[in-house]
Each structure stands twice: as structure tokens, then as C-alpha cells.
Ligand binder design. Structure first.
Ligand SMILES: Cc1cc2nc3c(=O)[nH]c(=O)nc-3n(C[C@H](O)[C@H](O)[C@H](O)COP(=O)(O)OP(=O)(O)OC[C@H]3O[C@@H](n4cnc5c(N)ncnc54)[C@H](O)[C@@H]3O)c2cc1C
Length: 402
């Protein structure tokens, strides 16, 4: 067992750390207040190669491994969750799905521009009546000649108004005996006639990010843009979540680190009862708990990344990492505010933003309740992962970097 990061891992970590500290940290509070994403963020992430970090060079990426993706997400979320959300949807939920499931022609057409950051990608699964219960999806894709006619609406879609491509799951067979089997996945170009998009305002957190909706009215999607086979949409969506949840777990780990660093700083600065508050044992207890959460969350996501590198199925381990890290980041953010006292309750300090941002991740990509059901299901023997027709390829540096 080797716990050491490689030279390449450290280079990626330092590159992202420098980017967020120098370019994002000074403006993030203002963007959060204005509730908009700074215009330079996505092009800059593309320019730095972040948007294609773990995609092979032949498809426009940087050819790094899946652990690098986790490290990128951790560093991004130390400064703001909205940056990590970009990686969750553009990379975890979309580009990695194309890499896993798409044909060679589809990879050249869609994945290359995404990995180079020329096209931004999002993921359209959730609908107003279908969140945790994916089989309740009502968006439909009806076959007509060489096309599908797509109708429906997707809600709570990160980057809805910024993206060029959406991976959309819709019902192709309303007659399927098992509603899970009636779904298919499509790569939809969002400039197609009949597509409209909009932003959702008034969110609790990720305010410097973009969350919105996608509406499809008689949108003609070529059959060549269907990802995977007809009826494979549910399995594809779940495999997307194995990758998206990995990015969320790594990001939430970064958020715990941000809470810990802010709390340690403040505990040294602030004095009460004649000494710095860090000398009070109840404050130390909160800090100790953040240290514990950070290390445990980090080990859990690194294990999931290591399994991805080896091509091992990691649905259980990724779910555990995501559930643990997101719950722990919410708790860490709440305790970080407590340590800051009244000052933590205002936006003079970052910790109130950490708390607002942390809550979203306890809801998206499987609520904490869904992850608990999954974990109990595995433990009790009620749940087993079937082999997929297309598994996420194991990391092979010679293929990735060729
Ligand atoms: C900021 C943000 C960004 C998002 N981005 C995206 C995106 O890019 N793409 C996308 O497709 N979706 C996205 N989502 C949607 C997200 O994935 C869903 O909100 C999530 O899956 C939960 O669905 P829901 O909100 O409909 O809640 P519901 O499924 O209605 O759940 C409501 C409550 O009931 C509980 N519950 C449901 N079923 C069970 C059960 N069987 N047992 C116990 N409890 C249960 C849930 O845990 C929850 O507490 C985003 C959401 C947010 C907040």
C-alpha cells in the first residue's frame, strides 16, 4: 500500500491551488453576493487544462489519472464550491460518461471539444417530479425516422445556461414493464431549435455558480447522438453518478479543510477570558473533529480514486465517500461558524458561505438518505452491482498520454 502522491499529483495540486488562491479567492465573496459566476472562470479552467484533466490526450485531455481529478476538486472547493460543481457536471457527470459509453465517433465529436474546454457540458437527469426516484422521469424521446423527438423539462441543472452540451436522460419506451428499462441517454446540443434554458434564483448556496433548468419542445436529436443503447439510460445515469459523486466527495473534503483552516486562524486571533479561544478545550474539540473528518474524508475519496485507476467497480466506496464527506462538511461549516461567534454569522468571514454551500452537496448526487439506503443495502446483501456493458476504463498512463 502506497499513500504517497506522485510528482504529477503534486504539480496538479499546486497549479490548481495557485489558480484559486490568486485568481478566485479575491473575487469570490463579491460573485457570491451578486449571485453570478465570474465570466473568466470557465475559459480560464479550460486554458489551464482543468476541464479535461483525466481525459486521455487523444481526446483533448491532459492524460492524468482519476486521483488527480479528486485532488483538483479538493483544491477548487477550498475556495468555493461553485468551481468544484463545474467539475462535477462537466467532467464527472458528462465527459467521463462519454469516455465510458460513447462510440469513437461521438468521442471525437463531443468529448474532444469538452476536454479542451471549447464546449461546456452539463447533465440533465432531475425533473420537477423526479429527483431521487429517477424511474419517475417523464421527459420523452420518441423515435421518428433517423431522429428522436425530445420533449420535457429538467430542473436544478448546474450550468444549464452556460453549457453547450447536455447529457439528457429521457423515456424512450413508455410501455417498458420496468420503468428503469424504458430510459435512454442523449447528448443534446443546447443550440438546437426547441431548447430553452433559464437560471434558478434565490438559492441558499453555490450562488457564485449557475443552476437552472432546461426545457425541450419537439427537439430533434439525431439517433447518432444517443449515448449507449436504447433502454440503457438508467444504467448510464447511475454510472455517471459514480463519477460525479467522486468529485463531490473530494470537493467536500476541501470544504472541511477550508473550515479547519479558517477555524484555526480565528482560534489564534480571538481572545476570551484572558486567552486565545484555541486554548479553551471546547473549541479544541471542534477543531479536533474537523481534523478527524478531513483525514477520514480524504482517505475515502483517495481509495475510490485508486479503485477507479485500477478499473475496479467503486459504486459502494464512492457512495460512502460522498455521504461521509458531505455530512462532515456541513457539520464542519456549522462548527466553524460557532468558533467565529457573531462574526461567523456575517459575510465578513467566509464560513457562512461554507455552510450555505455545504448543504447543497448533502442533497445533490444522491441525498444522504439515499446513500444510507445504499450502504445498508450492501451490508444486508439486498444490493449488488451488476457488471456494466461499458465499465470506466482503468487508468493506463501509456494509453492516456499517447
Ligand atoms: C445546487 C443543486 C445542483 C443540482 N445540479 C443538478 C444537475 O446538474 N443535474 C441534475 O440532474 N440534478 C441536479 N440537482 C438535483 C439533485 O440531484 C436532486 O435535488 C436530488 O437528486 C434530490 O431530488 P429532489 O430534490 O427531487 O428530492 P426528493 O427526491 O423529492 O427527496 C425529498 C426528500 O425525501 C427523501 N427521500 C426520497 N426518497 C427516499 C427514500 N426512498 N427513503 C428515504 N428518504 C427518501 C430525500 O432524501 C429528501 O430528503 C441539483 C440540486 C441542487 C440543489
Amino acid at each position: 500500500m502506497d499513500f504517497a502522491l506522485t510528482e504529477e499529483h503534486r504539480m496538479v495540486q499546486n497549479m490548481v491551488r495557485e489558480f484559486v488562491q490568486k485568481e478566485v479567492s479575491p473575487i469570490i465573496k463579491e460573485q457570491d453576493r451578486k449571485q453570478e459566476m465570474a465570466a473568466f472562470i470557465l475559459p480560464r479552467m479550460g486554458e489551464l487544462g482543468i476541464l479535461g484533466i483525466c481525459i486521455p490526450v487523444r481526446y483533448g485531455g491532459q492524460g492524468m489519472d482519476y486521483i488527480s481529478l479528486g485532488l483538483v476538486c479538493e483544491e477548487l472547493e477550498v475556495v468555493d464550491s461553485s468551481l468544484r460543481v463545474v467539475m462535477s457536471v462537466h467532467m464527472g457527470l458528462n465527459s467521463m460518461a462519454l469516455f465510458q459509453w460513447a462510440t469513437e465517433e461521438q468521442k471525437q465529436r463531443f468529448l474532444g471539444p469538452q476536454a479542451r474546454g471549447e464546449r461546456i457540458a452539463c447533465f440533465g437527469l432531475t425533473e420537477s417530479g423526479a429527483g431521487s426516484d429517477v424511474a419517475a422521469i417523464t421527459s420523452s424521446a420518441r423515435k421518428q425516422g433517423g431522429d428522436y423527438i425530445l420533449n420535457g423539462e429538467k430542473m436544478w441543472i448546474s450550468l444549464a445556461t452556460k453549457a453547450h452540451h447536455a447529457l439528457v436522460v429521457a423515456r424512450t419506451n413508455p410501455e417498458a414493464a420496468d420503468p428503469h428499462e424504458g430510459l435512454s441517454a442523449f447528448l443534446v446540443e443546447l443550440n438546437s431549435p426547441g431548447v430553452t434554458t433559464g437560471d434558478i434564483h434565490g438559492k441558499l448556496g453555490v450562488r457564485a455558480g449557475s443552476t437552472g433548468w432546461l426545457a425541450f419542445q419537439d427537439v430533434r436529436v439525431p439517433a447518432a447522438s444517443r449515448i449507449g443503447e436504447e433502454g440503457e439510460g438508467f444504467r448510464i445515469a447511475m454510472s455517471c453518478l459514480d463519477n460525479g459523486r467522486f468529485t463531490v466527495a473530494a470537493g467536500a473534503t476541501g470544504l472541511i479543510r477550508a473550515c479547519l483552516e479558517a477555524s484555526v486562524r480565528y482560534a489564534h486571533e480571538r481572545r476570551a477570558f484572558g486567552k486565545e479561544i484555541g486554548k479553551h478545550q471546547l473549541v479544541q474539540q471542534k477543531i479536533a473533529r474537523m481534523v478527524q473528518s478531513y483525514d477520514a474524508a480524504r482517505l475515502l475519496y483517495l481509495r475510490a480514486g485508486w479503485m477507479k485507476n485500477r478499473g475496479m467497480r467503486n459504486t459502494r466506496e464512492t457512495s460512502l465517500a460522498k455521504w461521509f464527506a458531505t455530512d462532515a462538511s456541513f457539520e464542519a461549516a456549522s462548527e466553524a461558524i460557532q468558533i467565529h461567534g457573531a462574526y461567523g454569522y456575517s459575510d465578513e468571514y467566509d464560513v457562512e458561505r461554507y455552510l450555505r454551500n455545504s448543504k447543497g452537496a448533502v442533497i445533490y448526487e444522491g441525498t444522504s438518505e439515499i446513500h444510507q439506503l445504499m450502504q445498508a443495502g450492501y451490508a444486508l446483501g439486498y444490493r449488488e452491482d451488476a457488471t456494466l456493458r461499458c465499465e470506466l476504463p482503468a487508468y493506463d498512463p501509456s494509453y492516456w498520454q499517447e
